[in-house]
Design a protein around this ligand. Structure first.
Ligand SMILES: CC(C)(COP(=O)(O)OP(=O)(O)OC[C@H]1O[C@@H](n2cnc3c(N)ncnc32)[C@H](O)[C@@H]1OP(=O)(O)O)[C@@H](O)C(=O)NCCC(=O)NCCS
Length: 388
């Protein structure tokens, strides 16, 4: 049936629309829970490595010891920054956002992939896509780490095959061996960011995949979707808010909290949207926040920065009292990445590095039972008319 503006039921933003099945993750806003392949994400964050979670999301089961060892060997062998990608990154102005660098790198990696031939030649098999997914998973940390370093005038740090994913990521970014507390908090953030059903960037990846385009094209466009402040960009915006309020490492928790509350009251009086709060699906709190908040608390203790907790508590409390809106995952990750030493524009690229797992799992799932994604629109332009 042809829909018109009069007859169509428009669901703007596809809010509440169920478009397909997925067996990868289950978001339950009523119970504030998130399951990856059936496992609560909190349990995975407490007990598993990011590599194990990646295997789970791609394959449906946690790896056996020998499967994990094989995956780690494969991943550690392809961590070094591709020299062509490095040349391209070096050509990009440091005025560009690091998300533009990530997006460009994903595209270059696609063009350089030995399996990237004409998609009609059948190189989008599950086997080929899994290999591409592992390559991208291994390659993106080097891009993100090098991009932050070059912006600071620092040289490339080569990867270390004796370190796990998170420790190596931190090593390549800062060139020093990270403390176990920092590795653990980073690992938790990677696990929590890895997958979240049909969010905007994952849906973007599925739309591109549904045309039978290739995996790298789908990931490249997903990175573009994630960049926006209503999606992944929110973790950067959170830290910008903290900076706008003012960070003073010598300030007490209580003083910082009072200033943050005053800032929030003023922002809400001006009807501002404050990034890091609210969620399209969760209306009573984001299931991932308590786990990430606990990781942030550990970092605050480790770095001895109670004023960061004061800012966090003040904004959260004031928003809750005024509007009952709860923080989303980007709220604790922003200050956590700041404490670890990442520059604000690097925050969303860290989300990219993690979400590559979810995107590629969805790309493979879409292809298993593909149907071109092509919704309708209701026309509300001028009536038919003719040239004189
Ligand atoms: C995520 C988000 C886009 C969800 O949007 P949504 O489901 O369409 O919800 P709405 O924007 O319709 O919000 C409903 C109400 O809550 C308010 N609200 C939602 N998030 C808010 C926020 N972060 N700050 C202030 N008010 C907010 C809206 O202004 C609206 O109020 P109104 O009914 O008086 O107009 C929205 O909460 C937002 O923009 N958050 C900030 C960005 C962010 O942190 N994104 C990361 C998501 S993981």
């Amino acid at each position: 049936m042809v829909q018109t503006a009069d007859t169509a039921e428009i669901r703007r933003g596809l809010a509440g629309v169920v478009v397909d099945y997925t067996a990868i993750s289950k978001v339950n806003p009523d119970t504030n829970s998130l399951l990856y392949r059936g496992y609560p994400v909190q349990e995975l964050a407490a007990r598993c490595s990011f590599e194990e979670v990646a295997h789970l999301l791609w394959h449906g089961e946690l790896p056996l010891a020998e499967q994990l060892a094989a995956f780690e060997r494969q991943e550690r062998a392809v961590r070094a920054l591709d020299p062509v990608v490095k040349r391209v990154v070096d050509e990009l102005p440091t005025t560009s956002h690091p998300m533009d660098v990530c997006r460009t790198a994903a595209s270059v990696l696609g063009a350089r992939d030995p399996r990237a031939r004409d998609p009609r030649a059948g190189d989008s098999s599950r086997e080929a896509n899994l290999a591409k997914a592992v390559d991208l998973f291994a390659a993106m940390p080097a891009v993100v780490a090098y991009d932050q370093r070059r912006r600071r005038g620092e040289d490339l740090v080569e990867p270390r095959a004796d370190l796990g994913y998170s420790a190596n990521f931190l090593w390549m970014t800062f060139g020093v061996e990270p403390a176990p507390e920092v590795i653990r908090a980073f690992e938790v953030s990677m696990i929590l960011y890895a997958e979240h059903s049909f969010n905007a960037s994952t849906f973007t990846a599925r739309v591109v995949t549904s045309t039978l385009s290739d995996l790298h094209s789908a990931v490249t466009t997903a990175i573009g979707a994630l960049k926006g402040p209503l999606h992944g960009g929110a973790n950067e915006a959170v830290m910008e808010t903290f900076e706008e309020i003012g960070i003073d490492p010598d300030e007490s928790h209580e003083d910082a909290k009072a200033r943050a509350k005053a800032w929030m009251d003023n922002a809400l009086a001006q009807k501002k949207k404050v990034m890091g709060f609210g969620h399209r699906v969760y209306k009573h709190g984001d299931s991932r926040v308590p786990t990430m908040k606990a990781a942030l608390d550990d970092l605050i203790t480790y770095y001895r920065r109670p004023e960061i907790l004061g800012l966090y508590d003040g904004l959260e409390q004031s928003m809750d009292e005024a509007k009952g809106i709860k923080p989303n995952l980007d709220y604790p990750t922003g200050p956590a990445y700041h404490l670890m030493g990442f520059d604000i524009p690097t925050f969303t690229p860290l989300f990219v590095a993690s979400r590559i797992v979810g995107w590629t799992a969805h790309i493979m799932e879409q292809l298993e039972n593909n149907s071109l994604i092509r919704p309708l629109s209701a026309y509300n332009g001028p009536d038919e008319r003719h040239l004189d």
